[in-house]
Design a protein around this ligand. Sequence first.
Ligand SMILES: Cc1cc2nc3c(=O)[nH]c(=O)nc-3n(C[C@H](O)[C@H](O)[C@H](O)COP(=O)(O)OP(=O)(O)OC[C@H]3O[C@@H](n4cnc5c(N)ncnc54)[C@H](O)[C@@H]3O)c2cc1C
Length: 434
Amino acid sequence: MKIPPKCDVVVVGGGPAGSMASGMLAKAGFDVVLLDKARHPRPTVGESLLPHFWNSADLLGVTEEIEAARFVEKAGALVLWGDSLRRSSFKDFGHFRKPLHVDRDCFDKILLDGTARRGTSVFERVQATRVDLGGTSSKRVHYRCLDEEGEGSIEADFVVDASGQSALVARQERFRVFDEDLRFSAAWGYYAGGEYLDFESEIRPVSQLRDHPPVTVVTALGDWGWAWHIPLRETISVGVILTPERWKEVGKDADMETRFLRAVDASPVIGKLVGASEFIEGSASFMRDYAYKPVRLAVDGCYLVGDAAAFVDPINSAGVTFGMYAGILSAWAIEMSMKNRSRSANYQALFERQYLERLRLFRLLAVPADRGRGEDDHEASLKSLRAFSDNEKLLALTTSFLTNRSERIQRLFEDLELNADLRYGDFPIPGRLA
Ligand SMILES: Cc1cc2nc3c(=O)[nH]c(=O)nc-3n(C[C@H](O)[C@H](O)[C@H](O)COP(=O)(O)OP(=O)(O)OC[C@H]3O[C@@H](n4cnc5c(N)ncnc54)[C@H](O)[C@@H]3O)c2cc1C
């Protein structure tokens, strides 16, 4: 199949955000072309999903495929922060569909196949190199084919940039601003076999994952770093997030894999938990300084969604779910604009406002309490919080008590008339892991 010279919407990137945006637009009858520089399934990090993602999966029509993939259902989260080991579960907040631990290569491929089934023309191994924004008239996306010689361009009425951390448009237009309050670097890798913790904080062999669902384990490291332990179908994803200064202390001269393994070994609970697992050599990856602030979320009919728009610390496992939501929101704004061209600017502004309000809340949940105070917009944050159901508000408030990251969001709750019945439990650290 050849890339056409023209279509209604070009979507750059076939991760969760791009698949949702394109899928919704194709479902609405538009002619959509999606370009991805990778060939799926492609590996990527971000395996712990909030249960909210099911709503998006239903809309795209991929629920059955996700269920058939038999990803690991998780029972909740266990967070060791300071002296307390706290547990919480989504079912206490009215979520009866299970949150999952997914192998992202497989999960993202299901979404991409889903959008193709909806009618999106998907082209893999095609890298978008530039977007001519063209003011309010049509846009042009330039691309390079990676498997064969060739480049070209495609014209479209609207563009969705879902290029993830590549942040094609934000870099091109020079409005990508690093978030100084969240300057950290992550390393992660994969282990085979061994043990995990279940909801009762009992240590179990991985052979029991299906009968005794695991929790996502998060433990604090030093000043404000943290580590994760996420059992998947065949492997366990383990990651460490530290400030660049702390990574230097872990071993200036050591290679990245050695530093990662040292940092894991030094992590409370997780260091001991992986003692029974085997590290899969060569599986470690490293990412530096990847949190950045949203400055513009849309420019003249070019919409930025998912990591291409902004990224905060992944401590609340919201990236994939939120990226899917942003994809749907962009598709709504584009569909409305197509139907009523004279109001395009209004729909774009609505998209930006709605998206920004939610981003602000996620950032408040992730930024350490002693940083960036001056930037809070208390009234605007309060307004976004009010839009959520009581269960979701309580979920946000409870999450803020699992770590000391989000004390500022607690202040917002003081202004809400909400019976703040927190739903978490305190647990002793299992003896062998203490
Ligand atoms: C250390 C770490 C841990 C995380 N943990 C979690 C977690 O537990 N749970 C969670 O929900 N989220 C987590 N996240 C966040 C999550 O990974 C991202 O938010 C999510 O992948 C964003 O989806 P996306 O569709 O925006 O981008 P991506 O999934 O990155 O997809 C972008 C796609 O665009 C393609 N692309 C890039 N540039 C171009 C180009 N120029 N032309 C064509 N194609 C292009 C890429 O090949 C890719 O397929 C974590 C992130 C990090 C860094």
